[in-house]
Design a protein around this ligand. Structure first.
Ligand code: ADP
Ligand code: MG
Length: 238
């Protein structure tokens, strides 16, 4: 399961409201992309969902249960960080196992999950290497592996590919889409890149200054942008 509902959620930093009242439903299994220009509130929204920021007013429900005051580790969601968040002194195996070790999971269960994640991500041959001995794409896959082993209800990605070069970015986009097909788990993916949004999303949420301008499939946004901002951002002929 992985349905996430935001109900009249707002976020202020001091006196500045960066998210005005916002309602959004993310359906189980959907690949949802938050897209919009820098500073529009994409990361803040993702961090509110993850529980890394407290919401100011409103509610978040995960699979029908109120998660507004639930700590991040208990929400059943996994944030995927950029690959530079890996531990350089640990093997791929230990990097991927790390969150399960922290959770004091039995070693045989850890081994089973790490092996399954390595298989899905084609990392089996590299399992005993350290991050420094891997390519950029392999490192990013290890970072994703750390999320997979937790078997989360949803994956949360915040511009995970922004520090990769252009060619690698295209490859990783396809790999993440492929992973979504294999796992069929809810994924929320933040990007400021329209091409990334249009090629990866089942559903796109277009944000501007904390407001949702439109929610729809890539084709819907392309064919029937609700306003000139969406049209301009998506690059559709309105
Ligand atoms: P995006 O990820 O779309 O680039 P952010 O969610 O990072 O945007 O930021 C949205 C707005 O909230 C920006 O105006 C930013 O300056 C502000 N903001 C984000 N985090 C903080 C914070 N911890 N304290 C104060 N303002 C913040
Ligand atoms: Mg951001």
């Amino acid at each position: 399961m992985g349905q996430i509902e935001l109900k009249q959620v707002t976020k202020s930093f001091g006196d500045v409201q960066v998210i005005p009242p916002l309602d959004l439903t993310i359906r189980d299994g959907e690949f949802t992309v938050f897209v919009g220009p820098s500073g529009c509130g994409k990361s803040t929204l993702l961090r509110l969902i993850a529980g890394l920021e407290d919401i100011t007013t409103g509610h978040i429900e995960i699979d029908g249960r109120d998660a507004t005051d639930v700590v991040p580790a208990k929400r059943g969601l996994a944030m995927v960080f950029q690959s530079y968040a890996l531990y350089p002194h640990m093997s791929v195996r230990k990097n991927i196992a790390f969150p399960l070790k922290m959770a004091k999971m039995p070693q045989d269960e850890i081994d089973r999950r790490v092996a399954a994640a390595a298989q899905v991500l084609n990392l089996t041959d590299y399992i005993d290497r350290r991050p420094g001995q891997l390519s950029g794409g392999q490192r990013q896959r290890v970072a994703i592996g750390r999320a997979i082993v937790r078997e989360p209800a949803a994956f949360l990605f915040d511009e995970p590919l922004s520090n990769l070069d252009a060619a690698l970015r295209v490859g990783m986009r396809m790999e993440i889409s492929e992973l979504h097909k294999k796992l069929a788990t809810t994924m929320i993916y933040v990007t400021h890149d329209q091409v990334e949004a249009m090629t990866m999303a089942d559903k796109i949420v277009v944000l501007q200054a904390g407001n949702i301008e439109q929610v729809g499939s890539p084709l819907e946004l392309y064919r029937t942008p609700r306003n000139t901002f969406v049209a301009g951002f998506i690059g559709s002929p309105r």
